[in-house]
Design a protein around this ligand. Structure first.
Ligand code: ADP
Ligand code: MG
Ligand code: ZN
Length: 725
């Protein structure tokens, strides 16, 4: 059986071998007893019922929670030449009848339905007349009240199965592995402990980051801007915040979509499609978005706010990098948001026991944000997988940022809060420290405090951010209900006494998650074209990983192309020629006439501008192909270093002057010593520095530019703000 299963895996899906857990699950499914598979999001759960469906004579019924996603799942299977369909309320009677007819004829092997449909008497009636070989319950944690997505209709699934008059095999799948949830699922479906297959929860291609005290809006815009062209998701905990961030990105000209429960079904649907079909880069969403989204090339997931528990976090963050390519999961921590989550739990319905359970889960989530240990290990331990080695990728494992001793500033803040009797919020404290002559400050007589104006060289906003940092690090506590009041935390006392220091890390720099190879960019475009032609999502044509592998191998014939992971016979037939032609054209254009179809050092320095090498980006993974190709921004830098002016560079290279400026910024960012004084005179430097005292650059550079004399350019402003001059 398994040998046959492996062959089908290759033939239909183009994968070489099973991933951990898949084979164990599939072989147990064949034994006919109920099985549970626990694998992380992106682990490859679907294959565990898709492959058996091809081997079983009867129908495989998949119970999946969201009807909005069924179409994608079905499209994806059809791409792999697996007969699949769904029945839900989006179909007309005629369409439903047509589906039922193809099920009866055995053309449809996999049928998706929602649990609510599954329990309808008419549907049960239908199933009784069919040969149901396997029932796969996806997102099976929805059966558990301890899970984070409890759905009452899930609880009734076992009973309905009992009424089918036949005993199909059963497979429950979930990514949530807390012991309570696991036990609930086992109990509900009568799954024996021997038939629970749990794989490691580690996701080797994800790097987790927690950032505290970072200016979040600025971080987000910079991140999305730098990662243009790469799909990503930004999660917020409220609809309002999703709207705000979406607006902010759009204002900056970044193509973003939004998704939350306050939008109409149609608007959500179209937004989701824009994202799945790569028409927009980034989706700003509440947790309403994403369950079951199979888009495999999501390169980053940023949580603008802390989610309520680790299960939700890992599931949402885990939507990054399903294709196995390096991807980032960033959580922007602010203590204030913890209060929002507490409030949500408090206001929610449910018993006290349940609320207590949720509060406990929230505390573990907060601890994640404060741990100095490996973040991936923390998550694994949470799921009962202890003793993991540090991952070497997360923000704890890789933190080499410089630290700054801010003890004196912290002492000023602490003593000011103390003198204000721990009865005021952040804004007021910051105003007193910066010596504001605000009416309220005067009315309260705070001008008399010895701490009044102690930090007057800084802006109130800046001090406010520093206070956020101190709260995030638990030196300060937020108390009060209607309106948050600052009080000293336990950690503040030794600092005030001068026994302990406070150090602050520099802000995290934003970098691109994935570099792009020009061939990759071309293949991605081709993928988009083909997807449009076939009305499917681009990632269903080939995953990012497969595209990268194609770039590396550069196959010249079908045989060579078949060795690439993710390329099966079905796909070759449909897309082989198009890709092979595009790759050959690319090779030709780049003077690489070699036709072995293997990795090779292209070597040929195609004619570039004015003696500089041709423009390419140096990120063909693995091979040495890129050895002497120089990234574009670096070519600009070399010309600049040789004394060329921006005008000359722009002219020679056929790029805009501003682009050349951005190239230099990027080099500086990467640590090159770029002499910006040639481009930004002292006068302009002063002007910029003066303007940002009034106009906050974290709200975007446009207002800053508008406040400056005409002719000052964005890259000049950035050079000053980033400290390159
Ligand atoms: P899950 O449901 O566990 O979150 P999926 O079933 O959606 O994950 O699979 C995630 C990705 O992994 C998909 O793009 C899928 O095609 C891919 N995948 C699954 N099994 C394999 C395998 N054996 N080898 C390579 N890729 C696989
Ligand atoms: Mg899944
Ligand atoms: Zn780590």
């Amino acid at each position: 059986m398994i040998a046959q299963a492996e062959q089908l895996l290759h033939q239909h899906f183009g994968y070489e071998k099973f991933r951990p857990g898949q084979e164990q699950i599939i072989s147990r499914v064949f034994e006919g007893r109920p099985v549970m598979g626990i694998m992380p999001t992106g682990g490859g759960k679907s294959i565990c019922y898709q492959i058996p469906s091809l081997l079983f004579p009867g129908l495989t019924l998949v119970i999946s929670p969201l009807i909005s996603l069924m179409k994608d799942q079905v499209d994806e299977l059809k791409e792999a030449q697996v007969g699949a369909a769904f029945i839900n309320s989006s179909l007309s009677y005629e369409e439903t009848d047509a589906v039922i007819a193809s099920v009866r004829e055995g053309e449809v092997k996999v049928l998706y339905v929602a649990p609510e449909r599954f329990e309808m008497p008419g549907f049960i009636q239908l199933l009784r007349t069919l040969d149901v070989a396997l029932i796969a319950v996806d997102e099976a944690h929805c059966v558990s009240q301890w899970g984070h997505d409890f759905r009452p209709s899930y609880m009734r699934i076992p009973e309905v199965i009992g009424n089918l008059g036949q005993t199909p095999s059963l497979l429950a799948l979930t990514a949530t592995a807390t012991p309570e949830v696991r036990d609930d699922i086992c109990r509900a479906f009568g799954i024996n402990a021997d038939n629970v297959v749990q794989t490691g929860f580690a996701r080797d291609n994800l790097s987790f980051h927690v950032l505290k005290g970072q200016a979040r809006d600025r971080y987000i815009t910079e991140y999305v801007g730098k990662n243009a062209g790469e799909p990503g998701i930004i999660y917020t905990s409220t609809r309002k915040e999703a709207e705000r961030i979406h607006g902010m990105l759009e204002n900056k000209g970044l193509a973003a979509g939004k998704y939350h429960g306050g939008m109409s079904g149609a608007a959500r649907q179209s937004s989701q499609e824009d994202f799945v079909y790569d028409r927009i880069d980034v989706m700003v969403a509440t947790n309403a978005f994403g369950m079951g989204i199979n888009k495999s090339n999501v390169r980053y997931v940023i949580h603008f706010q802390i989610p309520g528990n680790i299960e939700s976090y890992y599931q949402e963050a885990g939507r990054a990098g399903r294709d196995g390519e390096p991807s980032e999961c960033v959580l922007l921590y602010s203590a204030q948001d913890v209060r929002v989550q507490q409030f949500l739990i408090d206001q929610g319905d449910g018993s006290d026991a349940r609320k207590q359970n949720e509060m406990q889960k929230l505390r573990q989530m907060v601890n994640y944000c404060h741990t100095e240990g490996c973040l991936q290990s923390y998550i694994l331990e949470y799921f009962g997988d202890s003793g993991a080695e540090p991952c070497g990728r997360c923000s704890s494992c890789t933190d080499t940022r410089e630290t700054e001793d801010v003890t004196r500033d912290a002492q000023m803040v602490f003593s000011c809060i103390k003198r204000m009797n721990e009865r005021f919020g952040k804004t007021m404290v910051a105003q007193v420290l910066t010596g504001s002559s605000n009416q309220k400050v005067r009315e309260m007589g705070f001008e008399q405090l010895s701490t009044y104006g102690l930090m007057k060289s800084r802006t109130a906003k800046d001090v406010g951010q520093f206070i956020d940092y101190l709260v995030a690090e638990e030196y300060l506590r937020m108390t009060g209900s209607a309106y948050p009041v600052l009080a000293l935390g336990e950690k503040a006392v030794p600092v005030l006494k001068g026994h302990e220091k406070v150090v602050k890390k520099a802000e995290q720099k934003v970098e691109r998650v994935a570099e792009t190879d020009p061939l990759f960019a071309e293949l991605r475009e081709l993928r988009r074209e083909l997807a449009r032609e076939h009305s499917i999502a681009p990632y269903m044509v080939f995953s990012d990983r497969t595209l990268k592998e194609l770039c590396r191998v550069m196959p010249r014939d079908e045989q060579a192309m078949l060795t690439v992971k993710g390329v099966g016979e079905q796909k070759i037939e449909k897309y082989g020629t198009a890709f092979l032609e595009r790759i050959a054209a690319y090779a030709e254009k780049n003077g690489d006439s070699d036709s072995t179809g293997s990795v090779d050092a292209a070597g040929s320095e195609a004619a570039g501008t004015a003696g500089y090498p041709a423009e390419t980006v140096d990120d063909a993974p693995g091979g040495s192909k890129q050895a002497d190709k120089v990234p574009s921004h670096f070519i600009t830098f070399r010309m600049y270093e040789d004394g060329a002016s921006l005008e000359v560079i722009a002219e020679e290279r056929g790029i805009k002057r501003s682009t050349a400026g951005e190239h230099l910024l990027r080099c500086a960012d990467e640590g090159e010593k770029v002499d910006f004084s040639r481009l930004v005179g002292v006068e302009v430097q002063d002007q910029v520095r003066n303007v940002v005292k009034e106009v906050d650059p974290s709200e975007g550079l446009k207002p800053v530019k508008e406040a400056l004399p005409d002719g000052v350019e964005y890259f000049q402003i950035k050079a000053v703000l980033q400290g390159f001059v």
